[in-house]
Design a protein around this ligand. Structure first.
Ligand code: GLN
Length: 298
């Protein structure tokens, strides 16, 4: 008699899953999920099973004895196999929470990170709630732009991305969240924004150095390198943004950039050299200098 674990492991290879005759309970499926390689194995298994059942995670705790229908168990097994292969949970589920929003994600966009919420928090604290134009460069899923648009209904938020699939995805998220004060455009950084000025420009650009060993670890292996890698020191895109931002900022406008935890000093230097004032960095949840900002006041 094979174990449930064995049945699950081979589930994608058979037409009719064997547990059609012997149904497994929620608790049994979780117990035998076998995601030992992942540091968040238990949570991952719960997220995948809850999604397969179309229920919140609390349902699993409430009904551990409940038997799982064969079709849901098969979906769970297929998702487990992808997770075992290292694929990020966000790509398997096609969803990721960011700020207060639930966002669609896809493999051509970076997965929004909790660290990036610092960028949102800082942006909200910098400007009053008055109507202002705000720009998010390299918007990906639209995470930053939509969080700002949601918190500040009077702001007009533009999100741009070079990748047209990302622009389309951000627009899907915008429409589902019904945020009429955000819009998304295809643009390589400022290329499609000639003559437009903003009170605030935010960006979580690619900032990892080509060849950084982290690129071959964890979620990063599955994310688009165009959203991660920026030249030999990881600063190519940040340099370009800082150089061109002054042509797109109002006097007194702000530029806020996320960067690597060892790049803060270099980014502050670039901002100051370009003529930005009030340059400083802020710490992320892990205590690393993760964003830097400056004010354009010429
Ligand atoms: N913060 C991401 C990481 O290091 C990288 C995202 C980026 O390059 N903007 O995992």
């Amino acid at each position: 008699m094979p174990s449930i674990a064995e049945l699950l492991q081979h589930a994608e290879l058979v037409d009719s899953p064997p547990w059609v005759t012997k149904m497994a309970s929620i608790a049994e499926l979780l117990q035998h999920a076998e995601l030992a390689d992942s540091p968040s194995a238990q949570l991952d298994a719960e997220l995948l099973l809850a999604a397969a059942l179309g229920k919140p995670r609390s349902y699993l705790r409430t009904w551990p004895e409940r038997e799982v229908a064969a079709d849901c168990a098969a979906v769970f097994a297929a998702h487990l196999a992808r997770r075992r292969n290292g694929e990020p949970i966000a790509y398997i589920l096609g969803r990721q929470g960011f700020w207060s929003l639930d966002l669609d994600v896809a493999s051509h966009t970076l997965i929004p990170r909790p660290d990036t919420e610092l960028l949102v928090e800082t942006a909200l604290a910098l400007l009053p709630a008055n109507p202002v134009a705000v720009l998010d460069l390299g918007t990906g899923t639209g995470a930053i732009a939509l969080a700002l648009a949601c918190e500040r209904p009077a702001w007009q938020v533009t999100g741009v991305d070079r990748v047209v699939e990302a622009v389309a995805l951000a627009e899907v998220n915008r429409a589902r969240l019904q945020l009429g004060n955000a819009r998304f455009l295809a643009s390589h950084w400022f290329a499609a924004l000639a003559g437009q000025r903003f009170q605030l420009i935010v960006s979580n650009p690619p900032y990892i150095a080509a060849g950084d060993p982290h690129l071959s670890q964890g979620d990063l292996r599955f994310e688009p390198s165009s959203a991660l890698v920026a030249g030999v020191d990881g600063l190519d895109d940040i340099r370009l943004i800082i150089q061109h931002a002054p042509q797109h900022l109002n006097a007194g406008g702000w530029l806020l950039l996320e960067h690597g935890f060892e790049q803060a000093e270099a980014v502050r230097e670039l901002l100051s050299t370009q003529g930005f004032m009030a340059v400083e960095s802020r710490l992320d949840l892990g205590g690393h200098q993760r964003i830097s900002l400056g004010q354009w006041s010429l």
